[in-house]
Design a protein around this ligand. Structure first.
Ligand SMILES: [Zn+2]
Length: 349
């Protein structure tokens, strides 16, 4: 059996523990791509509506239009970004593969979920800059970060590079500025006037050494979590059940606000084995509003490991009960005997 030490070097890192590019409100940042190409995955953004356990009604969120007027959407709890398990060729061709992926199937047959979208990730170097500015600080210093991009943001980068006639993203800096006051409004992006990494042989050597010494081993998990079909099916069932509860709550059919987790009249046929016939009607039929697509929330909008559903099988295979010690009972050793701490301390002295 291998031995280890209580050293941070021996803590097993999660797939997405490498630092992501993040900006605080009003912050400016100067970056450069250190790789020529990003990776991407087709990803389903899984989220479900929330029914208040207090008032027994769906929880709504206010959104603002460009003209300042407001509207309401269902508040959605983010579950995770899950990599679509559809056939890659079919996804490239049609953008959806309901024959092989339960989430695509649900997206095709209801408005509870969207078709998969491409999520991109690439390593960038973030320059140390003067506070509140994109001007390089002395001495020259960079840090490797993972930059995740939506399809829209990816297209924006392509447009910026094309407009400037830049054929390789490593040849030009990108300046970012997080707009306030709401982080949801995202960040502005423009090209710098030059590439500071290429300013001298010394800066390039420093940049390459930084990247070589510090980068994420795999960018795939930053796009989305890879999962098995059964877990994706479970997630979809959860989403259908949540929309069913919303419909029941709106029609006053929920038995009691205190029983939000009952499946109610869940139409499980929606998620029959992938490939079989599927009831076209939405289980949440009668919805009075469209499910809200969560708005982009700046640079950190695709945090692959984030979940509001800690008991979901894809992220936590251990039953919750086995990791939550019963605080009422005395600690026991592996043999099941109650530990005598006084005796233990004496033995250790
Ligand atoms: Zn899919």
């Amino acid at each position: 059996m291998p031995l280890t030490t209580f050293s941070s070097a021996n803590v097993r890192a999660s797939d997405t523990s490498f630092p992501k590019l993040k900006l605080a409100r009003g912050e400016k940042s100067r970056i450069v791509c250190i790789e020529p190409q990003p990776v991407y995955e087709w990803v389903h953004k899984l989220a479900k509506p929330v029914v208040s356990s207090v008032v027994g009604k769906p929880v709504m969120e206010k959104r603002e239009r460009g003209d300042g007027s407001t509207y309401e959407v269902y508040k959605l709890d983010f579950i995770r970004n899950s990599v679509c398990i559809g056939d890659p060729d079919i996804l490239e061709d049609r953008g959806i593969d309901p024959d092989h992926c339960p989430a695509c199937k649900l997206a095709k047959n209801s408005d509870m979920l969207s078709s998969p979208v491409r999520r991109y990730a690439i390593h960038v170097l973030q320059y140390a800059t003067l506070t509140g500015s994109s001007q390089i600080a002395e001495p020259f210093s960079v840090a490797t970060r993972v930059w995740t991009l939506t399809e829209k943001r990816f297209a924006e980068v392509v447009e910026l590079l094309n407009e400037a006639g830049v054929d390789d993203p490593r040849k030009m800096d990108i300046l970012l500025e997080m707009e306030g006051p709401e982080q949801m409004q995202g960040y502005k992006m423009k090209l710098g006037s030059k590439c500071e990494m290429l300013a001298s042989k010394e800066t390039l050597t420093r940049a390459q050494a930084t990247f070589a010494g510090s980068h994420a081993p795999d960018l795939g998990p930053f796009c989305g979590k890879k999962t098995e079909q059964r877990y994706l099916t479970t997630d979809c069932e959860e989403i259908v059940a949540a929309w069913t509860r919303v419909r029941q709550a709106e029609q006053g059919e929920l038995p009691s606000p205190a029983a939000p987790d009952e499946g109610g009249s869940l139409d499980s046929s929606l998620l029959d084995t992938v490939g079989s016939g599927l009831t076209p009607a939405s289980a949440a039929g009668g919805l009075t509003a469209q499910p809200a697509t969560p708005a982009p929330s700046g640079l950190d909008e695709f945090v692959a490991e984030t979940t509001s559903n800690p008991e979901a099988p894809a992220t936590n295979a251990t039953p919750a009960s086995s990791v939550q010690p019963d605080r009422q009972s005395a600690p026991v050793n592996p043999a099941g005997e109650t530990i005598d701490f006084d005796k233990l301390f004496k033995e250790l002295q």
